[in-house]
Design a protein around this ligand. Structure first.
Ligand code: ZN
Length: 335
């Protein structure tokens, strides 16, 4: 069986204020809130999922927002940058859009033949918009006020900062099936090798032997999830990782996918998530993200959970959405 990942499924990071987080990803980056749920392991905290119109694997950025969370520290053993794909020629538009919202960005730079714009989310998470020629098999969301021609196509990849390039490269090459595609200084770019594999196919490793170790808290990535097409493939991955002596978890039910977790040799927490059942598993596609969804085992505690969650208003992006306005109105009329 081919156990090569098709690419990233999602990236999960830690935030502090959920409202500031939602405002940024919905309005500044124009992503769709595709699921509003709680951290299944700590249900007094939201788990917010942003993605494309359909919540396709490869487009998903998720957050655990802990109000008053301590600030994390970037460093070795971490995914230190998350990169999103935008269409070629879009960075000028993004610069103007973000400047109008008061979001500071770097000047675009060219790196390995691509234009890159760097910015930070409200908690300091490092984000890149990469004008990429990737094949985009995703569905850009224009309901957040970003024209579809410029909208984010998905997660292009992550950058891992590592003390020891060789050990991380060994796992990327060996067990995870990535191939070294380019080098620039201390940056080593790995690809899943399928041509036209779509979003989420890049991982850069920055070799920084003397960097201090990172601290995972607000403003840092918690883990990076790669996708498996189905559960038999996931089980095969789990077995092969265990055969390699890698500590890997049991399969966990995340409602919208199932997951296994393990660490790469440098310490970054990785996950293999199944592509299904997907985010329309418990609510219709048109209504993704509007209601607080809980897994069946937490439903009996809904009232208590809702009482403890901070207030979160996420309707604004939909009122300004030309394409979703009709759907919203017809749903209103149907009440
Ligand atoms: Zn995850």
């Amino acid at each position: 069986m081919d156990v090569r990942p098709a690419g990233i499924h999602h990236v999960t990071a830690i935030a502090s204020d959920p409202q500031a987080n939602a405002d940024f990803y919905l309005n500044a980056l124009g992503m769709r809130l595709v699921k509003k749920t709680v951290n299944f392991d700590a249900p007094d905290t939201y788990h917010l999922y942003y993605g494309d119109r359909a919540g396709n694997p490869g487009t998903i950025m998720t957050f655990f927002p802990w109000p008053n969370a301590p600030k994390g520290r970037l460093g070795a053993g971490q995914a230190t940058t998350t990169s999103f794909s935008v269409p070629e020629g879009s960075l000028g538009w993004w610069q103007r859009h973000l400047a109008a919202l008061g979001v500071e960005t770097s000047r675009p730079v060219e790196r390995l033949g691509e234009d890159v714009l760097t910015l930070h989310d409200p908690d300091g998470l490092v984000i890149e918009l990469v004008a990429a020629t990737d094949h985009h098999d995703t569905e850009p969301w224009d309901g957040g006020g970003i024209p579809a021609e410029h909208a984010i196509r998905g997660i292009r990849g992550v950058t891992l900062t590592e003390h020891d390039l060789d050990r991380t490269a060994g796992m990327l090459n060996g067990r995870l099936g990535f191939e070294l595609a380019a080098e620039l200084g201390n940056r080593y770019r790995f690809h899943t090798d399928e041509a036209g594999a779509g979003v989420g196919t890049v991982v850069d490793v920055l070799a920084e032997p003397r960097a201090r170790s990172g601290l995972v808290a607000a403003g840092t990535v918690h883990h990076v999830a790669y996708r498996a097409p189905d559960q038999p493939t996931q089980i095969d991955w789990q077995q092969r990782l265990a055969d390699d002596g890698v500590g890997v978890t049991e399969i966990r039910d995340r409602s919208y996918f199932t997951s296994i977790y393990f660490r790469e040799p440098g310490g970054v927490l990785l996950e293999i998530a199944t592509e299904g059942p997907g985010f329309d598993y418990d609510e219709p596609l048109l209504q993704l993200g509007r209601a607080l969804k809980l897994p069946p085992w937490l439903e009996p505690q809904r009232a208590e959970i809702e009482r403890h969650l901070p207030e979160l208003v996420v309707g604004e992006h939909e009122r300004t959405a030309p394409q979703s306005a009709g759907a919203a109105n017809s749903e209103e009329a149907g009440k």
